[in-house]
Ligand binder design. Sequence first.
Ligand code: HEM
Length: 464
Amino acid sequence: MLDTPTPKSDLFVPPRPKSMGPLSALLRAGITGDSNLIGLLPKQAYTMKIGNLGYSRRSIVIINDADKVRSILTDPTDIYPKNDLMVGALAPLVGDSIFVSSGDTWRRQRAMVSPAFSHMKLSSAFKSMQLAVDNYETIIDEKAKHGESFSLDLAMSHLTADIICRTVFSTPLKGETAQEVFNAFTIFERSVAHVEIRRLIMDPAWSDIPQHDHVLDACKRIRTQLGQLVDDHLKENADFEDIAADIILAEDKETGEGFSRKELIDQLGVFFLAGHETTASALTWAFFVLATRPEIANRIRLEVSEVTQGESLDFQHIRNLHFTRSVFKETLRLYPPITFIPRVAAEATQIGNRKIKKGAMIMIAPWVIHRHHDYWENPDSFDADRFMPEREHEIKPNTYMPFGLGPRVCVGANFATIEATLILARLINRYDFEVLEPEKVRPVARLTTRPAEQIQMRATRRQT
Ligand code: HEM
């Protein structure tokens, strides 16, 4: 039967770094030289509840204890702001916007931004998502016709960037301005967001991060282009129904004031930054798993046909695609796009019995917690059924956090889940996918959790 769960003994274990002791893991990270923080994690990280990453000048504390993770991420006293290393790296692109800000500034921004992601708004964004998928199918059709291989990673980045451009600014990615933003963003991502292990280990807290000129130049270009898109929206007769229009109309409840033009560029830049690479990362891993395990892909096809009954896939259908969504959720468990959620201790404090120095880096690692042996049965196996309604209650509280936890949980979580469910259902229904050289696939933590080298794949159009 296609719709029966895979027996536990046949579950697929997708690629992960081999478990090693601390010294071997450090050597491995040095040898592979690809700044891979996942490879630096010793096997003990997956069984301990709290511990120090021993070999750094700055104190780095890994927290796996579910209750402590929740209390850190929901702490109301602003003692654990976003980590300074990350804030410094992102500031030239997104200023002091919602993703990096703290305290009252963040509270004001969050209250103004959240309504743009309400359920009602998402149902109108869905139409733009559908158009982007229609367009992408014509691109894959061409490749399928000629048996041409393509980079799965790039395909997913293009598709999700197109969706962000259409839903935020009502322009497709092939528009000149949108394409310029995408290209400059790629430069920014490659250089600045590459976590430098040396810096993490050697630098004291709150060190200044000098940025390379070409990175600053890329940020300037992105902001100029975003400014143009904002100005189009600010014109007197402008009549847009998109996320940018909602953010422009947002008002501070106390003062009645909206965002300034600079703040608009900051906030909308965040949607581009946080809203496409993350989803692209998760989809890359999901398609890798589905291409490798056709029986899981077949269960998606069966579900889509049962739910849509031959109609074209619509917003109302999405909530009933339980298995397809579970595949997405299980992918987010094994390959959380935001590998680490770093914070900094703004003052000396205590977590449990452990004294924490001012400036210590507090590492909450979805990658580790999602594979922790105390919380998950068969932690490294792909088992989408864990997230089906009949089993979801087995998941322990505060152990699953691909979108973060507490007040700073991702504002785009529902957006991303709807988007990914749509893309998986549509593309899996239309194509068979084959990964070329699957044995080469190895996850690394960059700006998001990525394959060390791009995954090459081929698509074949299915007979329907
Ligand atoms: C699979 C896709 C996504 C994943 C895994 C993801 C993950 C996350 C995580 C873990 C955080 C919290 C970070 C922290 O606490 O330090 C976050 C915050 C955020 N995300 Fe997402 N995200 C995704 C998609 C999106 C999308 C589509 C958007 C917008 C279009 C978005 C916008 C944001 C924003 C604005 C924040 C900052 C929220 C705040 O601090 O108040 N994300 N995301």
